[in-house]
Design a protein around this ligand. Structure first.
Ligand SMILES: [Mg+2]
Length: 138
């Protein structure tokens, strides 16, 4: 069976919080033709590749808000290595990407992102992570 479903998975608070669960999930999906999108704020670099490889995550696409906004020449402020997230463009970037590529299910933990999916066709699955008290932008 060839499936056209597209699944998005955030890294921080999702993959890094539940690596074994999302390893099993991401490995099961491509066997049925499901496309797995890592959708996150951070740029893809060797540390991200290492994190995903160590977690055993299988994915077909990678989307970074930082890369996306840099491509649009949007100003990005950095503080202590973290991207600054005070601009509405940051808060809607995941939703806009999900809408643009037709993501069916998005697994994410950030309350800010949850609110932006109200008008999206993407089904937003809010991952509850009680251990994460502070939501840093990375
Ligand atoms: Mg997150």
């Amino acid at each position: 069976m060839n499936n056209t479903l597209k699944v998005g998975i955030d890294i921080h608070g999702v993959i890094d919080a539940f690596p074994e669960r999302f390893r099993q999930f991401s490995c099961a999906l491509p066997k049925d033709g499901v496309e797995v999108y890592v959708i996150t704020r951070i740029k893809r670099d060797k540390n991200v590749d290492q994190l995903l490889a160590q977690a055993g995550i299988l994915y077909t696409h990678y989307f970074s808000i930082v890369d996306h906004l840099e491509g649009l020449n949007e100003p990005i402020d950095w503080f202590d290595g973290l991207s600054f997230d005070d601009d509405a463009k940051w808060n809607i970037a995941k939703r806009e990407y999900c809408d643009a590529v037709g993501i069916d299910f998005m697994f994410d933990d950030t309350p800010t992102d949850l609110k932006t999916f109200n008008t999206s066709d993407t089904t937003y699955l809010h991952v509850i992570n009680l251990e994460r008290k502070i939501y840093k932008n990375r």
